[in-house]
Write a protein that binds this ligand. Structure first.
Ligand code: ACO
Length: 372
């Protein structure tokens, strides 16, 4: 037994900001998150201009180097092929029943660096998509489409891998808009993880591997699958309010709602909602879209009732789930698809962290037993 005198008490400890809420941990020139006004700016572009206007390649070039690079698309294309050991690893992971995010983490972890940082950046971005598409094809028991590797655009390439055939220009545009919307977002958990690894002088493959692990969590990038389940359950039961109330009564969180920084509607939800509306080309898709709007309205009003003062609104994951469903993506692949874009943000932050050149190493308060 230890007496209270031997224990450091919380009363005597300096104030700790749990979850680093509101703590300023560095600077970035990539994106600005205004949580009170609900605005996101990427390298000086408002999200509403940035996401639907640029291709993934243009957006990625802007995020990484603050300029559009003409050779970006061809350089990315030239790095698509996976080494045989990565393919073998993915085959084993899928055969063992690993989740797509676990398989993605293993696949990314197996990549190597060449010592040429720019080449490695193209390689990691290209191969994150190749790994994602390969996991999807293998999980469905199919072959990895070799024709996909000839697709000019990154979005066309991944959609071809996922579906085994070429996609329409509208679908490719929708994926570009989604990817551009989620490419970077300040010091979110996975980005901070990547920066933290990079600050030790480690390499970008290690930083991205760790970031994939962070993104997997349901409080971060793992929410769109459960968000879609919420809408599908509402559809099946035919009573939106009942479904949401039951969840809140059980103390569950409504996935796709709430955000650490946004106290108003997430601006990314707005952009993705417009993309979903544009893509809904038949009655079934339009009906599902209307239902999702009803789920959002009900969820926001019930969250205000159950969690007064918390200011909980739809976040990016809510309309992500509907957009990816419309694109025919399996829910288990939602988070890997998110990673295919956020990897650009992670790498942009790795470059910034190299410039900072300072080890990230916060301090903590010891609350355990003192030496007797
Ligand atoms: N449903 C129900 N209650 C919620 C929700 C929600 N979606 N979000 C927050 N709350 C409640 C919490 O229960 C808590 O209530 P309490 O104080 O009575 O215990 C209060 O609001 C504050 O919640 P915290 O978890 O402390 O707030 P934080 O800022 O840390 O959480 C988070 C942000 C993790 C995103 C949270 O809103 C959540 O869990 N949302 C659902 C998961 C989700 O959609 N994640 C994707 C986020 S976007 C992204 O990362 C790309």
């Amino acid at each position: 037994m230890h007496t209270s005198a031997q224990l450091s008490t919380k009363e005597s400890a300096p104030r700790i900001q749990q979850g680093l809420l509101g703590v300023l941990a560095g600077e970035t020139s990539i994106s600005k998150v205004d949580g009170e006004q609900g605005r996101l700016t990427v390298r000086g572009y408002s999200l509403e201009h940035f996401a639907p206007r640029f291709s993934f390649e243009e957006a990625a070039s802007i995020v990484l180097w603050d300029r559009t690079e003409e050779t970006f698309e061809s350089r990315l294309r030239s790095e698509r092929a996976l080494d045989s050991h990565t393919v073998a690893l993915l085959q084993a992971a899928v055969a063992l029943g690993s989740s797509p995010m676990d398989a993605l983490r293993m696949g990314v972890c197996s990549l190597s660096t060449s010592g040429d940082l720019t080449k490695d950046i193209f390689s990691v971005i290209a191969k994150t998509a190749s790994i994602t598409g390969t996991i999807c094809a293998l999980s469905q028991g199919g072959q990895v489409s070799q024709a996909a590797f000839a697709e000019p655009s990154h979005a066309g390439f991944l959609l071809h891998l996922l579906k085994g055939r070429a996609s329409s220009p509208a679908a490719i545009r929708a994926l570009n808009t989604y990817w551009n919307t989620v490419m970077d977002h300040g010091f979110n958990n996975s980005t901070f993880t990547a920066r933290s690894v990079m600050s030790t002088g480690s390499d970008i493959v290690s930083a991205v591997t760790a970031a994939v692990g962070s993104l997997k969590g349901p409080l971060h990038g793992g929410a769109p699958g459960p968000a879609l389940e919420l809408i599908e359950e509402s559809k099946a039961r035919g009573n939106v309010e009942e479904v949401l109330r039951e969840k809140l009564d059980r103390g569950e969180r409504l996935m796709g709602f709430g955000h650490r920084q946004y106290k108003v509607r997430d601006p990314r939800a707005e952009v993705l909602q417009a993309a979903v509306r544009e893509l809904a080309s038949d009655d079934e898709a339009r009906e599902f879209y209307s239902l999702s709007e009803e789920v959002e309205r009900n969820a926001v009003s019930l969250l205000a009732e159950y969690k007064p003062g918390r200011k909980l609104h739809a976040n990016v994951e809510f309309y992500t789930s509907i957009l990816l469903k419309q694109l025919g993506v399996e829910p288990s692949m939602f988070t890997p698809l998110f990673a295919c874009s956020r990897v650009v943000g992670w790498l942009g932050h790795c470059l910034e962290q190299i410039e900072v050149g300072k080890l990230i190493r916060p301090d903590c308060v010891y609350v355990g037993r003192e030496a007797s």
